[in-house]
Design a protein around this ligand. Structure first.
Ligand SMILES: NC(=O)c1ccc[n+]([C@@H]2O[C@H](COP(=O)([O-])OP(=O)(O)OC[C@H]3O[C@@H](n4cnc5c(N)ncnc54)[C@H](O)[C@@H]3O)[C@@H](O)[C@H]2O)c1
Length: 311
């Protein structure tokens, strides 16, 4: 199997390392010549600064797109047109309409298109998903997400909703196992060009909700969530991957083996293109997350709830 990667920046260098360790990395491309050379030499693979040149010279099965959000659509389109399986980092595209077109193109060309909603591969989320599905602590009523960190100013193309809240939007859809029908949000900005703090409420069937609080202001890294169920509250930390279950009588810590979510995510995609199972993040689900992010921004601008009918 031969895999190429576009974008070897702050986050992409992790994919490069893992793909090389798995023995499948065959070429990389980064518009920044220095980075392209650095990682090409480090992992002994051909390196390019232009995707067109790479496409002319390399034979490969699949590609990872780890470039800024505003570039995803154009890069993924070229790769899908070349009939390659494509993994695009989150969010799939800046505009949901572009995502819809990519999903159609992937279907037409019979290739897999997926998106980097990495928390699905976080072992802690996997345990909570199972507990919720099996109703071990009754019905899931509410989800609460907190994602806070003082963020560097280098992300210029999108605000916190597209960059950060999308992780929790996808996890909420995954844990409720359905799409929300209404979105209400407030968002503002203090330090960045785009919105840098937000609270989003997603409404699901039977008045169940997910509340997503994200900010790029507070100088403390927090990535936690609670699954409030009828018989207990399940709490987890995306970073430590610890899980606790609490009711009036006891607080129980569950055993859970910590693993690198990115490694699990990449392996799942490689297995899917090898025909050994399905990659669990579908293109349509990723398009839906972008639609919800768009609705959250609109809701915040207009001060009204936005109703959605998602596939
Ligand atoms: N899943 C996660 O937890 C997670 C975490 C961080 C970032 N991300 C996502 O990863 C993507 C990249 O983020 P980052 O923080 O690494 O950004 P970055 O700015 O650090 O790196 C992006 C790299 O892409 C290169 N690049 C830009 N345009 C290009 C083009 N047209 N062709 C080739 N190379 C190009 C840049 O030179 C740079 O090296 C974004 O979509 C972001 O949302 C995901």
């Amino acid at each position: 199997m031969k895999i190429i990667q576009i974008g070897t920046g702050g986050w992409g260098k992790n994919h490069t390392r893992i793909l090389s360790e798995l023995g499948v990395l065959s070429a990389i491309c980064d518009a920044d010549e220095e980075k392209s050379k650095e990682y090409g030499e480090k992992y002994s693979v051909n390196h390019y600064t232009s995707l067109d040149k790479l496409l002319e010279s390399e034979e490969f099965d699949a590609a990872f797109v780890v470039t800024p959000t505003s570039t995803h659509s154009q890069i993924a389109k070229k790769l899908l047109e070349a009939k390659k399986h494509v993994f695009v980092e989150k969010p799939l595209t800046y505009q949901s309409q572009d995502g819809e077109e990519l999903a159609k193109l992937a279907e037409k060309n019979k290739v897999i298109l997926t998106c980097g909603y990495i928390e699905r591969f976080n072992p802690a989320v996997g345990v909570v998903k199972k507990l919720v599905k099996e109703k071990n602590y009754g019905e899931l009523v509410m989800l609460e997400f907190h994602r806070e960190n003082r963020m560097p100013l280098h992300i210029k193309d999108v605000g916190i909703i597209y960059d950060t809240s999308v992780h929790d939007i996808d996890t909420a859809n995954w844990l409720f196992d359905e799409m929300p029908s209404v979105v209400f949000a407030k968002a503002g900005k203090i330090k960045h060009e785009h919105e840098d703090f937000t609270s989003i409420m997603l409404g699901y069937k039977n008045d169940k909700v997910a509340i997503i609080t994200s900010n790029w202001i507070t100088p403390k890294k927090v990535r936690k969530f609670n699954a409030v169920c009828t018989d207990a509250i399940i709490s987890s930390d995306f970073i430590t991957q610890e899980i606790t279950v609490e009711n009036n009588d006891e607080l129980k810590k569950l055993d859970n083996e910590k693993q690198e979510p990115l490694l699990l995510e990449i392996k799942s995609f490689l297995n899917a293109i090898d025909g050994k199972g399905e990659h669990i993040v579908t293109a349509q689900q990723a398009v839906n997350v972008t639609k919800i992010a768009e609705a959250a921004l609109l809701s915040s601008q207009k001060g009204i709830p936005i109703y959605l009918e998602l596939k």
